[in-house]
Write a protein that binds this ligand. Structure first.
Ligand SMILES: Cc1ncc(COP(=O)(O)O)c(C=O)c1O
Length: 357
């Protein structure tokens, strides 16, 4: 039987909320009142068939690509689904990093892919090792999937490594899908999209995580034009046309993108300062540290993570994501960027819970 659900998403939708919610991956919601928009600028229906032209242009401009390389999608979630569905047939071999964002793998399994894994090792800071990919690559490989910044560790994949992965893919006629939903949380010297590295790269992204605009569901795929058209035609089977008010609001969001990003950056950076101090003090945990991203994966050196997280929830009103959803049963993931007072309180509560581990 094909997989038809995601355990992680079910947990996130039903179990992650708490007064001190450190189980997040995106920044705080950007308030609608902060967007310079009036009701007169909105309309219910519009001219969106295979993309709403002003939004296609806005995405293309941000990414430095031609509009015909852009496929608008409902969040990075649908972008990943469409990209994979356009590229693989049931039984095709697909290589996924491990640990990874569970929904990408669940979606690949739902599509009937023959999923193989390559390891991103904690002792290497969860870096991508092209030798690991070479080890599992075969002439049957159709797609290699990476997330940059990595979820859960926020590790950045350098361009040199991405190029090596691109070379490997090209050698067997495969593509590389890079989910870049967290990449704009590299606030200094933000890397260009991997799409620019070569024709084997396909990229997905959205305004959800780093801009606090999840409700707009403004996501996209970058792919070479003929593949982009295939993806748009495929989307006819799923979403047909997008919600037009969301498209209009997304165009306005793009006009204000720098301000929105800077607003979120202040929260993320304040939270990261608190996280650094917390990690320096806590001897019962270790973590892969980065200077960017909104998530941090933490290892509990001794003790049971499920018990710790249960106590955090029941005694301290605090949540973090169980590492088991990433295949890391001795870890938990902490999210930054929502509310610095809440974040500080949450960390203090984790410290108190750790005292009795
Ligand atoms: C790597 C990754 N891709 C995609 C998503 C979903 O993004 P969106 O809300 O844009 O659908 C998430 C959400 O956590 C994620 O971590």
């Amino acid at each position: 039987m094909r997989l038809r659900h995601s355990d992680y998403d079910f947990w996130a939708k039903t179990q992650s909320k708490a007064r001190y919610n450190l189980a997040t991956s995106g920044v705080a919601s950007f308030p609608l009142r902060e967007l310079p928009v009036t009701i007169e600028q909105l309309e219910i229906n519009g001219d969106s068939t295979y993309g709403y032209a002003p939004l296609q242009h806005a995405i293309a401009k941000k990414c430095g690509v031609d509009s015909d390389c852009v496929v608008a999608a409902e969040g990075t979630s649908m972008a990943n689904h469409l990209a994979m569905a356009a590229l693989i047939d049931p039984g095709d071999e697909l290589l996924i990093e491990e640990p990874t964002y569970e929904l990408i793998e669940s979606c690949a399994l739902y599509l009937g892919a023959a999923v193989k894994h390559f390891r991103r090792r904690e002792e290497d800071g969860f870096a991508v090792d092209p030798a690991e990919i070479r080890r599992v690559l075969t002439p049957k490989t159709k797609l290699i999937v990476l997330v940059n910044l990595h979820n859960p560790s926020s590790a950045l994949i350098p361009n040199q490594i991405l190029r090596e992965v691109g070379d490997l893919a090209r050698s067997v006629g495969a593509h590389v899908l890079v989910d870049e939903v967290y990449l704009d949380a590299v606030y200094e010297n933000t890397p260009r999209s991997a799409f620019h590295l070569g024709p084997e790269f396909i990229v997905t992204n959205s305004l959800t995580k780093i801009y606090g605009l999840s409700g707009l569901r403004c996501g996209w795929i970058l792919a070479e034009p003929s593949l982009a058209r295939t993806m748009y035609r495929l989307n006819d089977l799923f979403a047909a046309i997008p919600a037009h008010p969301a498209e209009l609001l997304s165009v306005i969001a793009f006009e204000n993108l720098h301000r929105i990003r800077e607003w979120a950056r202040r929260i993320v950076e304040a939270d990261r300062d608190l996280l650094r101090k917390f990690l320096d003090q806590e001897k019962k945990i270790s973590a892969t540290r980065t200077d960017f991203g909104t998530t941090c994966i933490v290892r509990l050196k001794n003790g049971n993570v499920d018990q710790l997280l249960d106590r955090l929830r029941s005694e301290y009103e605090t949540t973090a994501v169980p590492g088991k959803f990433f295949g890391l049963p001795h870890h938990f993931r902490i999210g930054m960027g929502v509310d610095t007072t809440m974040f500080g309180q949450g960390l203090r509560r984790i410290s108190r819970a750790l005292e009795t581990v």
